[in-house]
Design a protein around this ligand. Structure first.
Ligand SMILES: *[C@@H]1O[C@H](CO)[C@@H](O)[C@H](O)[C@H]1NC(C)=O
Ligand SMILES: *[C@@H]1O[C@H](CO)[C@@H](O)[C@H](O)[C@H]1NC(C)=O
Ligand SMILES: *[C@@H]1O[C@H](CO)[C@@H](O)[C@H](O)[C@H]1NC(C)=O
Ligand SMILES: *[C@@H]1O[C@H](CO)[C@@H](O)[C@H](O)[C@H]1NC(C)=O
Length: 622
């Protein structure tokens, strides 16, 4: 009530406009009349304040319930207003506990709580109309539960929506329902498939058709749900003595509570709805979303943050849907680490298929796929999940027969659970040629995924600018065409990762502080830039595109377009990656902003049939 009084006092004088109103010392009848007027005015104001409060509370509840520090002021102010409003209208009855910040909106028509008297009752329309700004009236009014609405048994669990960092884009209705034992909470039941990414491709309601005839043009959302030091160095900014090289080390160091906070903050802010919008605006039509097994579950001894990334994955798919983008799911980190690299979660040793717990972890991965495929077999995913990836980059050293056996088991589980989308298997960094004649006979339901880079191999890295473009247009095209041949190769093939980088100079790219092959600082190798000597320098490679010479920018654009052209001989490509904190040659977004990527992925200046332009005085050593 105190806050109501204060509010009234500050509002009253300007609106009544009677300077003498409080000066009346003795109540004459005129004075009484003017007092009545004042009282009517005050009552009107209180009602106005109440209505305003409710409106603000409802608006806030539709956007964000829990807000970070940046906007917390306005939210708690609005929350106070809404409380005051409910107090004065005699409704309410939901008390906020002292500890947590006040919740602006708190009733849930479905649960045991109360809706306060004067407010309009929530309309449960299931208008599938996605976010049509004109359709505000048809949008259901969202009322979210408060902590006291969450059953004791679910408090603090994944299902407790009041414990989430943000409710933006999430359905806040409490539910413990699962499909394939994976939670549905946070997901809207209504959805619309009418969007199309751009005029070149069909809307989600229509089939894509042949990927051989219309290759996918996509990006990865790398470093988002599966961390990678070079993409977000800020998360790994610790002294070397802390020995933090990967998500395992980071979460172990932070401990469960802090790790959950830090990672959720990252999930909620690194990729937002605007990114999906911008991806579609760039003329791209597919998104590969890497995520790791801890989105599904963790095992004893795991420091990983369990499950929180799951809801961000689901929300990401819905945002992709809103912009007509199709999805390639990518299980990037498997139990035990399938490749010993930092992006599998834990670098060092492979403990999947082989290693002390190899067989157990292979079995766990199959169970993960059982759950995932049951979940994604839902009708709502049929038109949007175009590709289902089984395992990102199993290491080169796996016994190929064991790997094939595991892949076949996984394939069967996923297929039997009702996933009709093409499944995807990695070439396991062996090169596409290694798979000629292996794992064939599955037709379009299995796609071979090669990741094509010229920078992790000294022989390719040391090629000149022009030679790199030739390599893409000739060697990669040959390899892809060979693989796509169902009689003599593998069959459906795609390029799930590639980048514009022409050196390995990016900070932490080769692991935290491991240096670069380009300059010979990577494990004391010799410099691998084209001159192969001390002149090799990384000075320019990490520059902002706006500081690059026009010749270098021209090369980078042609280099990107050459790769796109080459990879479109396959079922399509996915750039690695959409966004980085500080590595422009690994960020499609930064490339667009810097003018070194085509404005529309489907409208390009250069293709492999054209002569390679001269890059003027561009130095081969940067
Ligand atoms: C709802 O509110 C009314 C009046 O404010 C009260 O009488 C009633 O008991 C409340 N119901 C519940 C379920 O809290
Ligand atoms: C889910 O529905 C709510 C309320 O209608 C809306 O605010 C939210 O944006 C939707 N989420 C997504 C991902 O579309
Ligand atoms: C929110 O989730 C609940 C429970 O799953 C569901 O009944 C409801 O329809 C969902 N709301 C929207 C807007 O989809
Ligand atoms: C870390 O990941 C990058 C690719 O993102 C890879 O090139 C590098 O080899 C990895 N380093 C280690 C030590 O795992």
């Amino acid at each position: 009530m105190a806050s109501t009084d204060i509010r009234m006092e500050s509002l009253t004088p300007p609106s009544t406009g009677t300077p003498d109103k409080l000066a009346a010392a003795h109540p004459t009848s005129a004075a009484k009349k003017s007092r009545r007027k004042i009282w009517i005015g005050i009552t009107a104001l209180v009602s106005l304040a109440a209505i305003a409060g409710i409106v603000i509370a409802v608006l806030i509840s539709q956007k964000v319930i829990r807000v970070g520090s940046s906007s917390s002021n306005s939210v708690s102010e609005a929350a106070a207003t809404s409380q005051a409003a409910e107090g004065s209208s005699g409704g309410g009855g939901n008390n906020n506990n002292g500890g947590s910040p006040p919740q602006p909106s708190k009733t849930d028509s479905g649960s045991a709580t109360n809706t306060s008297g004067g407010t309009s009752s929530p309309i449960k329309s299931n208008s599938p109309d996605d976010e049509d700004e004109d359709d505000k009236d048809n949008e259901p009014e969202v009322v979210c539960p408060s902590p006291s609405d969450i059953p004791k048994s679910s408090k603090g669990s994944y299902y407790d929506t009041t414990s989430w960092l943000t409710l933006e884009g999430f359905n806040c209705t409490f539910t413990t329902n699962t499909i394939g034992s994976l939670p549905l909470v946070g997901l809207n039941s209504s959805y619309s498939n009418t969007a199309r990414a751009n005029p070149q491709v069909p809307p989600l309601t229509k089939p894509w058709g042949s990927y051989a005839a219309r290759p996918a043009r996509g990006v990865n959302l790398g470093g988002w749900l599966s961390l990678e030091p070079f993409i977000t160095p800020s998360l790994f900014d610790y002294p070397r003595s802390a020995s933090i090289y990967d998500e395992y080390g980071l979460t172990l160091h932070l401990g469960p509570e802090k790790a959950a906070k830090v990672l959720e903050q990252h999930y909620a802010t690194f990729i937002t709805e605007a990114d999906f919008r911008d991806i579609a605006a760039a003329g791209l039509d597919h998104i590969r979303i890497p995520f790791s097994y801890w989105a599904v579950e963790t095992y004893e001894g795991d420091p990983y943050v369990s499950q929180i990334s799951w809801r961000y994955l689901l929300r990401g798919i819905e945002w992709a849907r809103k912009y007509g983008l199709r999805i390639k799911l990518d299980l990037h980190g498997l139990p035990g680490s399938q490749n010993s690299w930092n992006h599998s979660g834990r670098q060092g040793k492979v403990n999947w298929l082989t290693g002390p717990d190899g067989p157990a972890n292979a079995e766990r991965s199959l169970k993960i796929h059982d759950k995932l495929s049951k979940f994604f077999a839902q009708e709502r995913y049929k038109n949007i999940i175009a590709f289902y990836g089984l395992a990102n980059e199993p290491g080169r050293d796996h016994d190929i027969n064991l790997l094939i056996q595991w892949t076949q088991s996984a394939y069967k589980i996923v297929k039997d659970n009702g996933i009709d989308a093409s499944q995807v298997m990695s070439d396991a960094l062996r090169g596409l040629g290694e798979w000629h004649g292996r794992m064939t006979g599955l037709g379009d339901s299995m796609v071979l995924d090669g990741h094509e880079y010229v920078i992790f191999d000294n022989a390719l890295l040391s090629k000149t600018h022009t030679q790199k473009i030739e390599f893409a247009c000739q060697i990669w095209v040959d390899q892809i065409t060979g693989s796509m041949n169902t009689a003599t190769g593998f069959g459906p093939t795609m390029v799930g990762e590639w980048s514009q980088a022409d050196t390995d100079c990016t900070q932490h790219l080769n692991g935290i502080s491991n240096g670069a092959r380009w300059t010979g600082t990577f494990f004391n190798g010799s410099p691998a830039c084209p001159t192969g000597d001390k002149q090799c320098s990384c000075d320019l490679a990490n520059a902002d595109p706006k500081d690059m010479s026009p010749e270098y920018k021209l090369f980078l654009k042609v280099w990107a377009e050459a790769q796109m052209d080459a990879f479109e001989k396959s079922w399509g490509w996915f750039y690695w990656t959409w966004k980085t904190e500080s590595a422009p040659l690994w960020s499609y977004k930064a490339g667009l902003e810097g003018g070194i990527m085509p404005e529309k992925a489907y409208e390009r200046d250069w293709h492999c049939d054209k002569p390679i332009p001269s890059f003027g005085k561009l130095s081969e050593i940067l």
